[in-house]
Design a protein around this ligand. Structure first.
Ligand code: TRP
Length: 459
């Protein structure tokens, strides 16, 4: 594989905008749709959103910049990029952990992300068949529980989603990921706008806006602040090298700071718009908002079921969730995949299929966590699904993100930092060191410690 000049052997984005869309595709996922709107409403509305924006700016953006910088300056898989940086900077091998931890986290996250994304595929079909028209809350809830209790149906959709993901990934950076991003991201934005328009006319819009945006500073606790921080970090897909891997394909002439700010803005806009598309229809039907799977797979179908033309818009909603999930899933394999291609000179499609099979197998643990293995607990009361989710999301990602921020400020050579980020003044250099080298890692460390402490204290 010949890679002449300043390009990656795996491929390149055809423009800065395609990188923006691909990274936004990775960032915009289940977290934007079923988590952000509710945590905003619960933790002080507008006050929370303000704090969240600060966290995006002071923690999310710098760490994302560091990932893009580390990837682009090496033009290799995160694992080999870190090898190169460690050699070039004469740093201890400890830092290689960033690459390894990230690739491993990718496997773990994809294994259960695919299961949940499979639920969304199933619900797209179910809604299209009119299953929720005029249903009662009991039926909406039992539909979801019965579905989860059926291991073979859940397995079927997990398999379908994994095949779709691997098929896209196997076709390569330009012919696969970029090709689909070109269709999926505009489709996602259009769907969101259509649903937003529908929500505006639903009769519950002002209540939805009030839930998400009314300024209630007294509801914003220290916990709320840490939740904002954790969400800012998670929603941007940081800490595991997905953005680093994508960063390796970014053209040299793109400014990293402005590009990353655009991605963060897109992700934030989608999170806000999701809330404004969901909560009004929930309130319009006198339902209580919640978060997570319950909101997406019980409350939302129930609400659509009561609305005129709700069947149609319900399908569009689950299509939106499915697309958001697939554009995130394709980025999860990239760190491990590119490393295997580089070190074993393997064909991309073969590696992609192997990773798909491994993640599919790992995913069986999550598929069966809701039925056959529901009473099987590895730690405390956690099912396999809970445990894989917890360890990857709450431990591995923050740890990786912290190390990336520290490496990109204190260890990487000043020349590389300056040339990648286009820093020309001492002031800008100092600001970079303070924000990415101190503020961001301390913030992420706080979330990490707080989550671990919370789970130990809370059992
Ligand atoms: N950002 C995704 C979401 O909001 C979830 C996610 C976290 C992710 N880390 C990731 C996706 C790494 C892809 C790669 O749902």
């Amino acid at each position: 594989m010949a890679a002449g000049g300043d390009v990656s052997a795996h491929g390149m984005w055809s423009s800065r905008w395609l990188f923006i869309l691909a990274a936004a595709g990775s960032a915009v996922g289940l977290g934007n749709i079923w988590k952000f709107p509710y945590i905003a409403g619960e933790n002080g509305g507008g006050a929370f959103v303000l704090v969240y924006l600060l966290c995006i700016a002071l923690v999310g953006v710098p760490i994302m910049m560091a990932e893009v910088m580390l990837g682009r300056s090496a033009r290799q898989s995160p694992i080999n990029a870190m090898r190169k940086h460690v050699v070039d900077s004469n740093a201890p091998a400890f830092w290689l952990l960033i690459g390894w931890l990230g690739a491993l986290a990718g496997f773990m996250i994809l294994s259960y992300y695919s299961v949940v994304a499979g639920w969304a595929l199933h619900y797209t079909v179910l809604t299209a068949s009119g299953a929720f028209e005029g249903v009662s809350p009991e039926v909406a809830a039992s539909t979801f529980n019965d579905f989860l209790a059926n291991p073979w149906l859940v397995l079927f959709w997990h398999t379908a989603f994994m095949c779709l993901t691997i098929w896209i990934v196997a076709r390569g950076v330009s012919g696969g990921i970029e090709f689909f991003i070109r269709w999926f991201m505009p489709a996602l934005l259009v769907l969101l706008l259509v649903l937003l328009g529908y929500a505006v006319t639903s009769g519950g819009f002002s209540q939805g806006v009030a839930f998400m945006f009314s300024f209630e500073f007294d509801k914003l606790s220290f916990d709320g602040f840490l939740i904002a921080l954790g969400q800012a970090f998670f929603t941007l897909s940081l800490g595991m090298g997905a953005i680093m891997a994508y960063g390796a394909y970014v053209p040299r002439e793109s400014g990293i700071a402005s590009t990353v700010i655009t991605i963060a803005l897109l992700d934030t806009l989608v999170a806000l718009a999701s809330g404004l598309a969901i909560f009004p229809i929930v309130f319009a039907n006198g339902l209580e908002p919640g978060q997570g799977p319950g909101l997406t797979f019980v409350t939302v179908p129930l609400a659509f079921g009561q609305m005129p033309m709700g069947g149609l818009f319900g399908v569009l909603f689950f299509l939106l969730v499915s697309i958001a999930a697939i554009t995130s899933a394709v980025s999860l394999t990239e760190p491990a995949l590119t490393w295997l291609v580089e070190d074993y000179n393997a064909k991309r499609w073969r590696v992609a299929i192997s990773i798909g099979v491994i993640c599919w197998l790992l995913g069986l643990g999550s598929v069966f966590s809701f039925n056959l293995l529901a009473d099987f607990h590895l730690v405390g009361t956690m099912t396999i699904f809970d445990l894989v989710d917890y360890v990857s999301q709450n431990i591995m990602l923050p740890l990786g993100g912290m190390l990336i921020a520290l490496f990109g400020t204190w260890v990487l050579s000043k020349e590389t930092i300056r040339s990648e980020l286009g820093i020309s003044s001492e002031l800008a250099q100092g600001a970079w060191t303070i924000v990415c080298g101190i503020v961001a890692p301390v913030g992420v460390a706080m979330v990490l410690v707080w989550t671990l402490y919370g789970s130990l204290a809370g059992g």
